[in-house]
Write a protein that binds this ligand. Structure first.
Ligand code: ADP
Ligand code: MG
Length: 752
């Protein structure tokens, strides 16, 4: 979900009391109906609502009231404490559910043993005495009322809000078995066998207890799916050592303000983002970039909060604190994605929305067919009805997608791969073409001037002009020229006028002379005669370097050769992508011959060179006609192309999270992460599909079995021919656990 933050505002609300995906749908509808709300998305797995407010906007109170009216709650907490408050609430819920489960076991266990022993006739004649019936009633009732209470409450809430959820099914199923049994006992006591002699107390009690077990395991596993976020939050140190007026103080991290000078000693975590003032150190940034090699930092370098200072001590000035730090952004981003809905989930939501009413109809039909058509006993028909109700709880369906998305994106965050939308996760598998930007993506983006060729053999003069012209340029090539001029201690003059010509070069007035520095295209546009240095250019290009023409007052004076070192992982990344059957293309504004030379050295066969920045987007658009296209760029001048691509992958640098235009941000600079990101999204999608398969399998395939459709298939075991409701409840509990467990496997999935 991409939202323009200028016109709308987004709120994230923690929702309490949801027991299944239908609850989430109910809350979502309630929020959407509220005045001042442009849209809402409620995620059952994260238990959060993302609300988009329209102009004027609803207040938090309006929203809380809307949520409470349909029977759920909004957890009130400061944004800072939200996570702790949520964790505490979840912990309480877990304890509460655990207690209920054990109470259920305590009563349903003996009840089950008693009724089994009776059915197998091992107890002798006393077992059919009336008091035994009443004993069973006494054992079943606490389970029905105390342990089963949540289902009544949940079911009632849903019905009142005009929908039906799994609580309705559990409540209905167990109540039918329980109430029928009560009627039997009362009739028997009154001396009548009109209602039959068999009771189903243990069925009711075990349905409730088993499904409670499923819920319990689900709540636990759900807690584990958000482990990555918890880990990220845990990276934030609690205190910082600030230097004020020459005195060092330890202060809480929340008291650090921008501009504070902080001291970091070896082995400590850097508290917030900032810039080194003095000192040298190597810093482990792996928690944010996924890259294990420590990075050397000195005065002027940017340091990122939550990274670990390995060797030296240094002072740095805080530049971003609190919610502005890179870590805070990462956390927010991951939470947003986890809360957003993948398109595939909407389908599951729609299905489970109509599922429950359909199931109730099927259950009633089952009863009618068995009783009235087949002519079975009333109680046999009733057992079929209960089995159908219980087997059809759609809770696994609701968990299938969000749990996989949570585990997948969490794993990504740990590897320095940030997904911005769950849509991107889903699209990644149809991918056909990966387009790489050259400079800064496949190469380090820190070119060096390797060759200086002049017509009149005054290198210093040439570089003085070129360096002065590039003084205001922010382009890596401009900086390379500047660095070379400074290295030679040349005196540069500030240009009187300066113009950057995107994708071509620069034009500047330096001390009365008009200087042009740039590529072939620029020179051709200006009708400059380049013949004098044509062969010099060819030798630069042959060495895979980028030629930069230097022209003064319309005459070519020299040519510079800039070499940009390839990143270590570039060739590997290209090879892995091609092995996966993907088309790899290099896209660059650089000269054709240079681009070709670099491309072939890393195994790329298709190159689009001399492409101006604004044309990159069109090139991506053309490629999209045939393929799903991913664009990998350094995220600054490639922004339009990143936005155009089906999957925009920005290579960030941990600090400058250039995320707005991209679907995926790689916090480190390693192109091999592209392969990992694609593998992760494929693995996540595969998990979602497996989950949906199992959820549908349990829910849909087992319904006819529960209804007794296999009854006449006599070679099957009786267990299947007439599926006992207790087995149905067991299958139900298993289905949610299978799905969540399968999602958790993603934490260790092979991503090569
Ligand atoms: P890329 O697509 O590889 O990131 P750009 O589109 O930014 O490259 O630039 C394309 C070409 O334009 C460069 O290879 C260079 O020849 C020329 N150019 C751009 N900016 C400058 C500059 N400041 N100085 C000299 N040449 C430049
Ligand atoms: Mg670039």
């Amino acid at each position: 979900m991409k939202v323009d933050s200028s016109s709308t505002r987004q709120l994230t609300l923690p929702i309490t009391g949801m027991t299944c995906a239908n609850c989430a749908a109910t809350v979502e509808r309630a929020l959407c109906r509220t005045e001042g709300v442009a849209g809402a998305s409620v995620n059952y797995a994260t238990e959060r609502a993302i609300v988009e407010l329209s102009e004027g906007g609803a207040t938090l109170e309006d929203l809380s009231i809307a949520v409470e009216r349909v029977g759920y709650g909004v957890l009130q907490a400061d944004p800072d404490e939200l996570h702790d408050v949520e964790a505490a609430a979840r912990q309480r819920e877990l304890e509460n559910q655990t207690r209920k489960f054990w109470v259920g076991v305590g009563f349903a266990g003996p009840l089950f043993i008693l009724s089994m022993a009776r059915d197998f006739g091992v107890l002798g004649s006393w077992a059919s005495a009336h008091w035994v019936y009443w004993l069973m009633f006494v054992l079943a009732s606490p389970v029905q009322v105390y342990v089963g209470w949540d289902y009544y409450v949940g079911g009632w809430k849903a019905l009142r809000a005009g929908s039906a959820n799994m609580d309705v099914l559990v409540a209905l199923g167990s109540t039918v078995a329980y109430v029928y049994s009560v009627v039997v006992v009362v009739m028997l006591t009154a001396g009548s066998t009109l209602a039959g002699e068999h009771v189903y107390f243990e069925t009711a009690a075990l349905i409730i207890t088993l499904i409670k077990l499923g819920k319990l395991l689900e709540v636990r596993a759900k807690g584990e799916t958000s482990e990555a976020i918890r880990e990220l939050i845990g990276l934030q140190p609690d205190t910082a050592r600030v230097v004020r007026q020459g005195v060092e103080y330890d202060i809480p991290i929340s008291d650090v303000v921008v501009g504070d000078v902080l001291l970091v000693r070896p082995g400590e975590r850097i508290p917030v983002d900032g810039e080194v003032v003095d000192g040298l150190s190597s810093i482990d940034e792996s928690m944010l970039t996924g890259e294990s090699m420590p990075v050397e930092k000195g005065p002027g370098d940017v340091v990122v909060g939550a990274t670990i200072n390995k060797s030296g001590a240094f002072h740095f000035r805080a530049t971003r604190v609190g919610a502005d730090t890179a870590l805070a952004q990462v956390i927010r981003l991951v939470q947003e994605v986890q809360g957003s809905k993948a398109p595939i989930q909407r389908l599951a939501d729609r299905v489970s929305g109509v599922f429950v009413p359909i199931v109730i109809v099927v259950a009633v039909l089952t009863f009618v067919v068995w009783w009235a058509v087949v002519g079975a006993d009333f109680s046999v028909a009733l057992v079929r009805l209960v089995a159908v109700l219980v087997i059809a709880c759609p809770c696994a369906l609701g968990l299938a997608t969000p749990t996989a998305v949570m585990v997948g994106t969490g794993r990504g965050a740990r590897l320095g791969i940030l997904f911005r939308s769950s849509e991107a996760l889903q699209r990644a598998r149809q991918l056909g073409t990966v387009v790489f930007d050259k400079t800064g993506t496949l190469t380090r983006g820190e070119p060096e001037i390797r060759t200086v060729i002049t017509l009149d053999s005054d290198e210093a003069e040439l570089l003085r002009f070129a360096g002065s012209a590039e003084l205001m340029s922010e382009h890596p090539l401009g900086e390379a020229v500047l660095r070379e001029a400074r290295r030679r201690s040349l005196n540069l003059t500030k240009p009187d006028s300066f113009r950057a010509i995107p994708g071509q070069g620069v034009q500047a007035m330096v001390g009365g002379a008009e200087v042009l520095v740039g590529n072939q295209v620029l020179m051709e546009n200006r009708d400059i005669d380049l013949a004098a240095l044509e062969s010099a250019m060819e030798s630069i290009v042959a060495g895979a370097d980028t030629p930069l023409w230097v022209v003064i007052d319309g005459e070519v004076k020299g040519i510079l050769g800039a070499a940009d070192i390839l990143k270590e992982g570039s060739a590997d990344a290209v090879r892995d992508l091609r092995n996966r059957g993907l088309n790899v293309i290099m896209l660059t504004g650089d000269q054709n011959a240079t681009a070709e030379a670099i491309a072939s050295s890393i195994g790329i066969h298709e190159v689009r060179a001399e492409v101006l920045p604004h044309q990159k987007r069109d090139v991506v658009g053309e490629l999209q006609v045939d393929h799903v296209v991913a664009m990998v760029g350094d995220g600054i001048n490639d922004a339009p192309a990143l936005a155009q691509a089906d999957i925009g992958i920005a290579i960030g640098t941990g600090t400058d999270v250039a995320i707005e235009a991209a679907d995926v941000t790689l916090m480190g600079g390693d192109p091999r992460s592209v392969v990992t990101a694609l593998a992760l999204s494929r693995a996540t999608m595969r998990t979602i599909e497996q989950n949906l398969f199992w959820a549908f399998f349990y829910n849909v395939v087992l319904i006819p079995v529960a209804a007794g459709a296999l009854y006449s298939v006599t070679f099957l075991p009786m267990m299947l021919r007439s599926l006992h409701p207790i087995l149905a409840a067991l299958a139900m509990a298993l289905s949610s656990v299978t799905v969540v467990g399968n999602s958790l496997r993603l934490r260790r999935a092979d991503l090569r």
